[in-house]
Design a protein around this ligand. Structure first.
Ligand code: HEC
Length: 211
């Protein structure tokens, strides 16, 4: 064998060895010919970092951090409470009491509340009639204790739940919770869900028999 043939076979063997690396099973990391930016000095998600006492590379946001647009510092709109922290007797300024609001409230109420509280708010919705298994029956909004409640109270019950009733803050956005609260008040005033008399609009926010 000549010398040049030797060199050629050696070169071929080398190419064979290198190309065999890719796709073959091996416990060793693959041979990386072009490093490019494949290896960087950085921490990836969930990685350990002994620099910090808790050994987490991922750092939690500083306590009290609020995402942009999520401050929710308007207590009346977001929590139904006035400046003194009492449940409010008035609607927040973002909520305009008009026919549109009432229609929206009625529609949302019929979807979210009527199955238990019924469309007129007596607490006898279809789910109570089919052996619904309620330990405590859904409340009637026409009972003496609930009639004088401030409008913020209904917003609060929808937001945080009450007793055995679960909260609806995840399912129902704030503006719709207000619309529903207004509709509950409208039911209290009317006693039924039969239409809406515009002349009573102003009385909706205040308790029907203002105590
Ligand atoms: C799955 C059935 C169910 C649904 C849906 C439901 N509620 Fe209730 N609600 C109840 C029950 C049960 C109670 C009584 C809870 C208790 O006293 O432990 C109650 C109580 C209440 C009370 C009275 C709280 C008090 O002070 O006694 C209000 C007000 C109320 N619900 C409003 C609503 C509104 C508004 C909606 C719709 C957003 C709604 N509920 C949806 C079952 C339901």
């Amino acid at each position: 064998m000549s010398r040049s043939l030797h060199t050629l076979s050696l070169a071929l063997a080398l190419v064979g060895t290198l190309s065999a690396c890719e796709g073959n099973r091996s416990d060793q990391p693959p041979v990386h010919v072009f490093i490019d930016m494949d290896f960087q000095q950085k921490f990836t998600a969930q990685e350990r970092n002994d620099f910090f006492a808790d050994h987490r590379a991922m750092r939690a946001p500083v306590e009290g951090t609020v995402a942009q647009g999520f401050l929710k510092d308007d207590d009346l709109f977001y929590r139904g409470r006035d400046l003194e922290g009492r449940l409010s007797n008035t609607l927040p300024e973002q909520i305009v009491l008009d026919e549109k609001l009432l229609k929206r409230g009625q529609e949302r109420y019929d979807i979210y509340c009527a199955p238990c509280h019924d469309q007129a708010g007596h607490g006898t919705g279809p789910s109570t009639r089919r052996g619904g298994g309620f330990k405590v029956q859904p409340a009637s909004f026409h009972q003496e204790r609930l009639r004088p409640m401030p409008i913020g109270y209904f917003f609060d019950v929808i937001t945080n739940g009450k007793g055995t009733m679960l909260p609806y803050n995840v399912q129902i956005p704030e503006a719709d919770r207000w619309a529903i609260a207004v509709w509950v008040r409208a039911l209290q005033i009317h006693g039924t869900n039969k239409g809406w008399d515009d002349t009573q609009g102003g009385a909706v926010a205040a308790a029907p028999e203002g105590k």
